[in-house]
Design a protein around this ligand. Sequence first.
Ligand code: SAM
Ligand code: DTB
Ligand code: SF4
Length: 324
Amino acid sequence: MPTHPRPTLIRYDWTDEEIRLIHDLSLPDLIYRAQQVHREYHDPRKVQLCTLLSIKTGGCPEDCAYCPQSAHYTTEVVPDKLLEIEQVLETARAARDSGSTRFCMGAAWREVSDGDQFEQVLKMVRGVHTLGMEVCCTLGMLTQDQADRLAEEGLTAYNHNLDTGPEYYQRIITTRTYEDRLHTLECVRRAGITVCCGGIVGMGERLSDRIALLRVLSNLNPHPESVPINALVRVEGTPLAHQHPVDPIDMTRMVATARILMPASRVRLSAGRTDMSVETQALCFLAGANSLFTGEKLLTTPNPGQDQDQVLLNKLGLSALDAT
Ligand code: SAM
Ligand code: DTB
Ligand code: SF4
């Protein structure tokens, strides 16, 4: 349970200037403010554990510069066909049994096409829902009808990231627009599915691009229920393979600012944790992160395994959120 009453009003009209002032506070002031807001809306000792599974890997027609699954780049990812339903449900069951409460299925698609494969995905959604887990998908762009059908099968959340600010976005992806992404988010919202939407830091963007991303996210009304903050996983073969690693304090500032702007949302410390120390992750929890991806793998790249995360949570006195 949250440990404070709720005086902070949720706002949807944050400006870049206001966000920048928060982001640039002294670190103690920033963390203090993030902690205050965090405790008004969340139990500071609980962390949501989510498990990812790539149900359709590689060969994607999009040109997202960070992504090892894009067919535009030569990476170590071996394209595969859509997984069988049983295999997916087995993985979900194992994730549930090791404490995960949300199962997120990702497909390397530009968009969902109606037909057999979508019908299979609908069955996977129903199956995971029946296991008593929250179900999330990230399948690319959706039509309203597809979003409605996913909702009917019990989908809890749809992940569709804005990735960065609108200006820098065009340097990262040329095959679909920021407006396309916003349109899919609207379809998801209208279908009554919760929205999972965040971005990536460390792609060579300026601070103003990170601020712009936070402005767009925090001006969505309602706010996305989950906000994944990814640190770029630098994958050999992608155009962003040789970016500088993200500075731990920059990551902390991003998490804390997201927390302050979107008080009721879950802020997820997402990709990039294999390169983060325990201390960096601890700072991110202090800054208001309250969700993690667990398991050995994200979609195609490594993630700290369950044992390592258990040690992390124990050390910090945190525990997994119970299933709802
Ligand atoms: N194809 C679908 C789409 O793009 O919407 C779903 C899967 S896609 C891999 C989901 C998200 O993963 C991307 O929007 C991006 O934010 C994140 N992602 C992909 N590759 C990443 C990387 N190398 N480092 C950090 N985040 C990454
Ligand atoms: C999100 O924001 N991060 C996850 C999830 N949503 C789908 C994906 C991270 C992918 C990292 C690169 C990979 O493993 O392929
Ligand atoms: Fe395809 Fe998604 Fe990767 Fe972009 S992020 S290349 S859409 S799998």
